[in-house]
Each structure stands twice: as structure tokens, then as C-alpha cells.
Design a protein around this ligand. Structure first.
Ligand SMILES: [Zn+2]
Length: 316
């Protein structure tokens, strides 16, 4: 009987994400959102639609520096086409859209913490995992997953959180934010030797956070079986030892085969398998609680198919 009980999964998507205009030919484009939202629209009604909200300034400040918020405000108000801190294309609405993305993730966290959902997937943009406390870069403005981790601690009183990041790129922003933090476990599977050129296995955190960072760089061209083997050999034991109370996933889909940016060759079923493993770990340690947040994935149709595999596997 128990294996027939489906987990209650929330999904979030909102047309506001189309307003973040990165200009022509940019891989992080509204076309990604259009393909993904069309697929999410087709899911059965058993997937609960989570409404959005705009994160407050105080919530964004849980992670980001006040002067960085000023930079985002000034650059968008001045119609800059690039954030001055790095390679993030912006338009005048990008700061507002990024705050809406963060707010939606926090809403999903609330739904899961209130027990209305077991887990949730948030199809937001811009992505977040390259953003540090005071620097937007790599198409990212605010680090939604990092803010959600702090929000879980401050608002919901949790202590120990796990972030699993399977975007093809290392989440340098998330790692930096929790570098010296013993209570937030950061695990990254990513392609070795590509942007942002961080995330070597030797980076394991520092100070009190030593050992709470696990980087698992994978060789260029490797397929999903390699990643799943690394998962089984390394990730399962580390999560078990850490005993997190909640799991956040930085769900990038740019490790998928035929992605124009990433150089790994994961299949759609790789994302389903990783999701099943995440659900199993969350059920063991986190009362099943997972909030997953879209990061990269630059083949719009491929992104939609891989994300559907992920969302369906969240149901168990
Ligand atoms: Zn990426």
C-alpha cells in the first residue's frame, strides 16, 4: 500500500519571468521559460500550483549585502544592459523579476513547512547559484536557494540544511555564502574545468564549515551513469552523516545531453534517478521535505523534458 501513496508536489511558474529580458541570442532567455511553463501547464491537477510573491528587502538581505542591493537598483534604474559586477545581462525590470523569483521560492518553502506539500519545484529565472553576497555573475542576480536556506533557519527555526546542486556549473556563489558555515551542507556535481572555474574537490569549506562543502567535479563528456556512481559512492554517506532537516536542490538541467552550454551527457532519466535518490534521502532525514529551484538548462525543449522527468520523480 505505502508504495502507492504519491507525494504531494507543488509547482511554481509565472509569466513574470518572461519580463527578464537578456537581449537577443542570450542563452538564458525567456524561450527557456516558455518551453518549461508549457510543459508544466500540461501536468495533471494533482500537481499543486504555488502562487508567487515578491521577496521583501529584508529577506533578500538575509544573504546579500545592502550595497549590492543598491547596485542592482541603480543598474536597473539606469537601463544598464549588464550588471556592473559581472556577466549578468539585465533590463530595467530584472531586479523586480529576481525578487519575485526569490519570493516564490520562499512561498514554496512555507507550503512545504506548513505540511501542505511534501516538495516543490520552482521554475524561476534569472537563476541564482553564481550570485555571492555582494556580486551578481553568471546570469544570476539573487541567490534564491541560499536565501531560502537562511529563511528556513530564521523564519522556520530549522538548523541543519542540505543543498544539492546538480547544475553543470559549480555554484560558486552558494559555496562562498556558506563556506564557513557548519549548518549548511553544500554538495555540487558539476563539469570540471568550465565556468566559473571553481569547485575543485579540495574546496571543502573552512573554519567551522570545514567538511560541509563537497565538490564532485565530473570529466567533460561523461554520461549520467558516471554521475550516479559518484552520487552513490559519495553523496549518500555525506548526507547521512550530516542529518539535514530540509533539502534544497539547485536544479540545473545544463548537464543534459545536447545542451549548448554544458559538456556533460546526462539523459533525462539521469535527472529522474537523481531526484529519486534525493527523495529517498529527504524521506530518511528531512521528513521528505524538498524545495527544488531551476538554475541553468539552455536547450529550451531539452530543459522542459528533463525538468518533467525531475518533477514526476519528486512524486515518488
Ligand atoms: Zn549552469
Amino acid at each position: 500500500m505505502s508504495e502507492k501513496i504519491k507525494r504531494k508536489v507543488g509547482i511554481h511558474f509565472d509569466r513574470c519571468y518572461k519580463r527578464h529580458d537578456t537581449g537577443p541570442w542570450h542563452p538564458e532567455s525567456a524561450a527557456r521559460y516558455r518551453a518549461l511553463s508549457a510543459a508544466l501547464e500540461d501536468l495533471p491537477k494533482t500537481f499543486v500550483k504555488i502562487p508567487g510573491r515578491v521577496a521583501t528587502e529584508q529577506e533578500v538581505l538575509l544573504v546579500h549585502a545592502p550595497w549590492y542591493l543598491d547596485i542592482v537598483r541603480q543598474d536597473t534604474e539606469n537601463f544598464a544592459d549588464q550588471l556592473r559586477t559581472g556577466d549578468t545581462a539585465i533590463c530595467s525590470e530584472s531586479g523586480d523579476v529576481a525578487r519575485a523569483a526569490t519570493g516564490a521560492v520562499l512561498n514554496a518553502v512555507d507550503f512545504v513547512m506548513q505540511g501542505e506539500l511534501d516538495s516543490a519545484f520552482c521554475a524561476v529565472r534569472p537563476p541564482g547559484h553564481h550570485a555571492t553576497a555582494d556580486r551578481g555573475m553568471g546570469f544570476c542576480i539573487f541567490n534564491h536557494v541560499a536565501i531560502a536556506a537562511r529563511y528556513l533557519q530564521v523564519t522556520h527555526g530549522l538548523k541543519r540544511l542540505a543543498i544539492i546542486d546538480w547544475d553543470v556549473h559549480h555554484g560558486n556563489g552558494t559555496e562562498a555564502i556558506f563556506h564557513e558555515d557548519a549548518d549548511v551542507l553544500y554538495i555540487s556535481l558539476h563539469e570540471a574545468g568550465i565556468y566559473p572555474f571553481t569547485g575543485s574537490a579540495e574546496e571543502q569549506g573552512a573554519g567551522a564549515g570545514k567538511g560541509a562543502t563537497l565538490n564532485l567535479p565530473l570529466p567533460k563528456g561523461s554520461n549520467g551513469d558516471v554521475a550516479l556512481r559518484v552520487w552513490d559512492e559519495r553523496i549518500t554517506a555525506v548526507v547521512k552523516n550530516f542529518r539535514p532537516e530540509f533539502m534544497l536542490i539547485s536544479a540545473g538541467f545544463d548537464a543534459r545531453q545536447n545542451d549548448p552550454v554544458g559538456g556533460l551527457r546526462w539523459a533525462d532519466k539521469t535527472f529522474a534517478e537523481m531526484t529519486r535518490r534525493s527523495v529517498a534521502l529527504a524521506q530518511q532525514w528531512c521528513q521528505g521535505r524538498i524545495v527544488s529551484v531551476l538554475e541553468g538548462g539552455y536547450n529550451p525543449d531539452g530543459l522542459a523534458v528533463a525538468a518533467m522527468a525531475h518533477v514526476k520523480a519528486l512524486r515518488g
